[in-house]
Design a protein around this ligand. Sequence first.
Ligand SMILES: Cc1cc2nc3c(=O)[nH]c(=O)nc-3n(C[C@H](O)[C@H](O)[C@H](O)COP(=O)(O)OP(=O)(O)OC[C@H]3O[C@@H](n4cnc5c(N)ncnc54)[C@H](O)[C@@H]3O)c2cc1C
Length: 399
Amino acid sequence: MAPATAEEAATVMMLARRERFAVIPAGAATFIDAGNVLSRSNLVLTTRRLTKMIRHEPADLVATAEAGLTFREFQNRLREKGQWLPIDPPDNGTATVGGVVATGLSGPQQMGYGAPRSFVIGLRAILADGRSIKAGGNVVKNVAGYDLCKLFTGSYGTLGLITEVTFKLRPVPSETRTIVSSGPLISLVTVGRTIARESFPVAVELLSASLAKQLGITVSAGESVLMIRFAGSSRAVVTETASALKELREDSNITCVTHDEDDDLWLGLSNAATQAVNDLSWRVIMRPSDLVSFLDDVASLEQDEASHIGLQWQAGLGDGRLRAMARTPVYHGEAVRALERLRRRAENLGGSLVVERAPAEIKNEIDSWGSFGSATDLMKRIKQQLDPENMLSPGRFIA
Ligand SMILES: Cc1cc2nc3c(=O)[nH]c(=O)nc-3n(C[C@H](O)[C@H](O)[C@H](O)COP(=O)(O)OP(=O)(O)OC[C@H]3O[C@@H](n4cnc5c(N)ncnc54)[C@H](O)[C@@H]3O)c2cc1C
C-alpha cells in the first residue's frame, strides 16, 4: 500500500493494527529482503508516493525530505546549491532516502566522512500503533528516552515507518581526484594501508579483478585494483595525490592512472552491489589491520565455485569494511558452510559478518546477523517499548 500523505500512512497503520496485520515498511523495495526471513507479513507499507523535498537551507547546511524521495534525486537537488549528503550506499538510482536511513548503509567514502547516523539530525516516523513521532532538533530524547534519530538509522523497518528525514550536509568539495592502481594484492594492500594511515584520502577501496572489470577498469590476470580518492581544496588534493602517487610508484609491480573527472567511477561502484544477478551478498566489518589476513580467505573463495559462483568483492582498507557478491550454486549446503566458516573467522578476529542477500534456503540455515552479543537485551527492550505487539517486520532481527 502506498499512502499519499504521512497522515494517510498513520491511518493505514492504525487499521493494520486493529486487524493484527504484520506491516513491512518499505521504500523502493530494492533491498526489502534484508535480514532474516520474516515470520509474518500481511501488508507492505511503502513511502513510494511521499517524494517531496520539504526544505533545503543552504546557509545552515540542512535539508529535509520526505522518505520516499529517491536518494539520487535528493543529491541532485542539493548539488544545485553546491552541497551534498556525504554517504554513498549501494544504489542504482532507485533507493529512497528513507530506505538509506533505515538500512544505515554507506560505502567506500564512509572512511572519510563518517557513518550515515552522524548525518541524521531529525526525523518523523509512524509507530506501530499509528502514533506520529518527531525526533531531532530540540526534541533529542523522547518517546522511549533514546536518541530516536540514531535508533531509527539501521532499524530495517522494525521500529516504525520513517516518513521524513532531516540531514546535516557538507559543501561539495571544490576538487576530487582518484588514483586507480593495479597490481598484486599484497603490494596494493601494503601501500594502500600506508596511504590510509598517513594521508587524508576519503576512500581507499580495494576491488577484486572481476569487479574492476565490470567497472571498465583494465586489469591483468592475477592482479587486483586499488581506488584512492582525495577530496577538498585544489591545493590539498594536488599535494595529496602527488605524494600518494610517489608512494605507489615505489613498488614497481604497481601501475597507476589518475582521474580528475571521477564521479562516474564511484557511482559505478555504488551500483555494483545492486546487480540482480548476484543473489548472494554478505558484508564484514573488522579492524582494518585484521582485514588484511581475512582478505586471503575471501580471495581463495574466487576459486571455490561450489559455494560462490563468480565472486566479486570490495574492501575498505581504511575502515575495515568488506562486501562480497556472488551467485549461489544449485546445492546451497556448501554456501552455508562457507558462510559459517567465514563468520567464525571474522568473529575470532573481533569482527562480524552479516548475510545481506541470499535465497531463503540459505537464510533458513544461517542467521543473517550473527550474534548481537550484549546488545541483544537492549534491542529487545527498545522493540518492546516501540512495537510491543511485534507488528513491524517481525523476525527480521530476532525471532
Ligand atoms: C545486497 C544489496 C542489494 C541492493 N540492491 C539495490 C538495488 O537493486 N537498487 C538500489 O537502488 N539499491 C540497492 N541496494 C541499496 C540499498 O537497498 C539502499 O541503501 C536502500 O536501503 C534501499 O532503499 P529502498 O528505498 O529500496 O529500501 P527498501 O528496499 O524498500 O527497504 C530496505 C529496508 O529498509 C526498510 N525501510 C525502507 N524504507 C523505510 C521507511 N521509510 N521507514 C522504515 N523502514 C524502511 C525496509 O523495511 C527494509 O528493511 C542494495 C543494497 C544491498 C546491500
